[in-house]
Structure formats: structure tokens, C-alpha cells
Write a new protein. Structure first.
Length: 242
């Protein structure tokens, strides 16, 4: 039992050091990930706007061609109108003239609408491109800072992880499972708390005298009744080693 408690203390010490390394990096990992996601999202939106602009241009040019053809037909129908000899021919050509005029009118209105949309999309694309360039620069700077910090601490971090794996292998699974649950749930990452002046070193709740004796004996796992941390008495362990 003492061995298990000592392993837990060593594990907590390693996790404290790993937490310090993460704190040294600050919010850089989250910032880099946020910028990367924003680059991806902005690039996707930019591609959509460019595609929309391209399609609007294609539709406009198609309608422009239709309008030009309709104008040619209108001129031809108007010339034919003076050559008809029957009312039936007159009515048929008049109908074609009205159809051509309607096509031209509707087409020109649509062309104006599409030109406006293309201008609007061009402005949006320009804004998105500027924003994307800014994000990319920010991302490169932040990522470089993060990689530098990782490089500075990678050897130490790898060593701590190796030691951690070795210690975890020595712990009983239920013991490690409880530690890990508390360790991950607490903001300070503390799954093991040392007794300090008769209180839990994690939440500072007072510990009854009988519990203090049980903790000092190191014959069983004693949990803080308030926060659930595993309680240990480092002073007692030090005396046992001497």
C-alpha cells in the first residue's frame, strides 16, 4: 500500500510539471488551432464567392448573347412587317416582335441585376482575400512561437511522459482510474493532495483527527470527503524512509 501511495505522489509531481509546461505555452495551442480553422473556413467561403461570381458572369454573358440575337431578330421582323400582304402574316410577325421586345427588356433587366451582383461579389472577395492574408500572417507568427516553445520543452516533456507511463504501469487499475478521474476534473490537475496543517491540501477542508491517523499509517487509501482527492502524508512517508 505504501508503494502505491508513493507512486501516486510521484505521478502527481510529474503531472504538475506537465501542467507547468502547458501553462508556459499559454493559450498558443488554442490560438493556433482557432486561426487554422478560420483560415479553412475563410478559404471555403472565398471559393464559394468566386464560384458564384464566375457563374454570374457566365449567366450574364449568355443573356447578353440572347439579347443581341433578339435585337437582330427584332430588326428583321420590323423590316418584314412592311412587306406582309395578309392580316394573318401581320399578326404572326407582330407577335414575334412583341416576344423579341419582351426578351430584350427582361434580358437587359437581368443583365443589370447580374452586374450589380458581380460588383457586390467582387467587393466581398476583396474583403475576404485581405482578411485571409491577415489571418495567414497571424497564424504563421503564432505557430512559429508555439513550435519554438515546444522545441524548448520537448525533451523534458517526452521524459516526463516516459516516467509517467512507467509509474502508471505500477499502479493498480482502480487506483489509477480514481486518480485520473479527479486529476482531469480539477482545474489544478491535483488528484493527490498532501495533508497540510490538518487539512486537505487541495480544498483545505479540515480532516478529523482519526482520519489524520489513518492517513499517516499509510495502510489504506483515504479520500477527502469534500473534494474526493487521495490524501497522503508526505512527512510520514519521509520518516518511513529514514
Amino acid at each position: 500500500m505504501r508503494d502505491q501511495l508513493e507512486y501516486l505522489i510521484q505521478l502527481q509531481d510529474i503531472d504538475n510539471q506537465l501542467l507547468e509546461l502547458r501553462q508556459e505555452r499559454g493559450n498558443l495551442p488554442e490560438t493556433v488551432e482557432r486561426l487554422r480553422a478560420e483560415i479553412e473556413e475563410t478559404t471555403h467561403l472565398l471559393d464559394m464567392r468566386r464560384e458564384e461570381q464566375l457563374n454570374a458572369g457566365k449567366e450574364r454573358r449568355r443573356i447578353e448573347n440572347e439579347v443581341e440575337l433578339a435585337k437582330v431578330s427584332l430588326k428583321r421582323y420590323q423590316e418584314q412587317l412592311f412587306k406582309v400582304t395578309t392580316n394573318r402574316e401581320y399578326d404572326a410577325i407582330s407577335s414575334e416582335i412583341e416576344s423579341a421586345k419582351s426578351l430584350i427588356q427582361n434580358g437587359e433587366a437581368r443583365i443589370i441585376e447580374l452586374l450589380g451582383r458581380e460588383e457586390e461579389l467582387a467587393a466581398q472577395i476583396s474583403t475576404l482575400e485581405s482578411h485571409l492574408d491577415k489571418i495567414k500572417v497571424d497564424y504563421e507568427v503564432r505557430d512559429a512561437e508555439l513550435q519554438e516553445k515546444i522545441a524548448e520543452t520537448s525533451d523534458m516533456e517526452n521524459g516526463l511522459h516516459a516516467r509517467r507511463e512507467k509509474i502508471v504501469g505500477q499502479l493498480a487499475k482502480p487506483v489509477y482510474a480514481h486518480y485520473e478521474r479527479i486529476h482531469l476534473a480539477k482545474e489544478d490537475g491535483m488528484g493527490v493532495a498532501q495533508v497540510y496543517m490538518g487539512a486537505c491540501g487541495g480544498c483545505f477542508a479540515a480532516i478529523p483527527p482519526q482520519k489524520l491517523m489513518e492517513i499517516a499509517s499509510m495502510e489504506d487509501f483515504i479520500l477527502c470527503e469534500t473534494c474526493g482527492r487521495i490524501l497522503v502524508d508526505a512527512d510520514s512517508m519521509e520518516k518511513e524512509r529514514q
